[in-house]
Design a protein. Sequence first.
Length: 552
Amino acid sequence: MESTPVLFVVNMAAAAALLIWAVRLVRTGFERALGAKLRLWLRRSTSNRLAAAGSGAATAVLMQSSTAVAVLMAGFVTTGAIGSVAGLAIMLGADLGSAIVALVLNSQLAVVTPVLLLAGVMIFLRSSARRMRQVGRILIGLSLVFLSLDLIREASLPLTGMSGAEVAMLYLAEDALLAFVIAALFAWLVHSSVAAVLLFATLAAEGVMPVDVAFAMVLGANLGGSIVAVVLTLNAESAVRRVVWCNLVLRGGGAGALLVWLANHDLPFAGLDMNAGHQALFVHLAFNVVLLLVSLPLVGPFMKMAKMIVPDEPQLQAEGASRSALDPTVQNQPKRAFGCAQRELVEMAHRIEIMLRTGIGLFERYDDATAKAQRAEVKALSQMSLDIRTYLSRVRSHDPDEDTSNRAFELSGIAVNLEAGADVIARKMVDLARAKDVENLEFSPEGWRELSDFHDVVLRNVQHGISVLMSEDIGLARELVEQKEQVRDLEQNLQRRHLKRLRKGLAETFETSAIHLDLLRALKMLNTSFAMIAYPVLEDRGELLESRLASS
């Protein structure tokens, strides 16, 4: 069939959309299958800048995205698990990792597309294990990446004969800055520098895009990819924003500087048997390698300068502590009233998350002011819980056939569980940290690493619980209950490891044994408090019985 401009636009847009979706499919598969392990590994691999950069690159390769690594890094910097310097090193490594991904996905691996697609579909449909289903998802995503690139090549063939396309490309060749900006905007819009780079490289390889334009657009994709992380962390803490802004300046500024340099110099590709697409990919890779090598020794000074520009913000929690989403004027409108109560529960859960992130630091350096703030916060949260339950008890409907008691009971139960979770942090954890400080005790290195890792798992589940509370998504609720069982098994496994160290007669293990075991139990109790958020969601959809049988 003869190609028309409309048909060309539709085919190219569909192929690009498939590429964007396929890259996302691979990323979510890795996140769901290996997210917890990658998270722990990334946090542990920050002993020095080189190790942090290497872990960031490896994680970006596995997750097919530097943006996903940026989100993980933001969580670690927020909790204090890693410092800002290590965070910036991770981001620079992740930028290199995404460049490696683009190069690999554009390789000859495309010949195995049918095998990957067949294997992925069979694994996904036939396997009942959640992790194996994600492996199937990853294989399907990879096959769709290769398929989409073939579709882009096929769709771009008519462009080679279009005079309008030739004029547009010649114009962009004369205005490299415009090509750079267009590419940056595209990478930001699709939230994937990998997909953008693959698209530009494929068009260049087919002769649609001149090599100079391809260079400018690949470099622009680097700027757009770094902008994505900035946008996603606009409301994050200042320490996180310093990291992503530094990465934007280094990666985006470096890409702009290289663009200016390329305007006056030629790259040594002329004598090589390499098409324009491969040249663009190697420029992309070389740029990120050089950026990492040049910037890594200077991340410390960069972060010091960034702190002068983006200082730590003052704590304003007390100012907003008295605000409430509970609107007494809508208690005769159940849907609106329950929505108010749900927003108040989300606020409670968010404040408990902050308490958990702060509480673990007391075991490294005990601080009376922080401990008092924790105890004051639990009193405020207890009052919030009481206010929510009182508010829900007064919700009434004008419709005599409408039963509001079940929903009110569910939300009241969540309030009670959240209050119990806050109490675990403010009383149990704080008291354990104080006892450790008073007795001048230290955990063994292995014991403290296990406790830190377990805390990170529980913190992730707390955040997961908040997501379920806000969205009531059945899939997220099911995963949260599954995590509850995994946390129980992990806690038992960590207890066994601790007992093995006791048998070895390690002094540090013996002295802190009671605190170690109590802290494990406290964190498990907190995890259970947040896992209970999922049960009303599952019950409403008839899945609660299945989860109870599975855990019995």
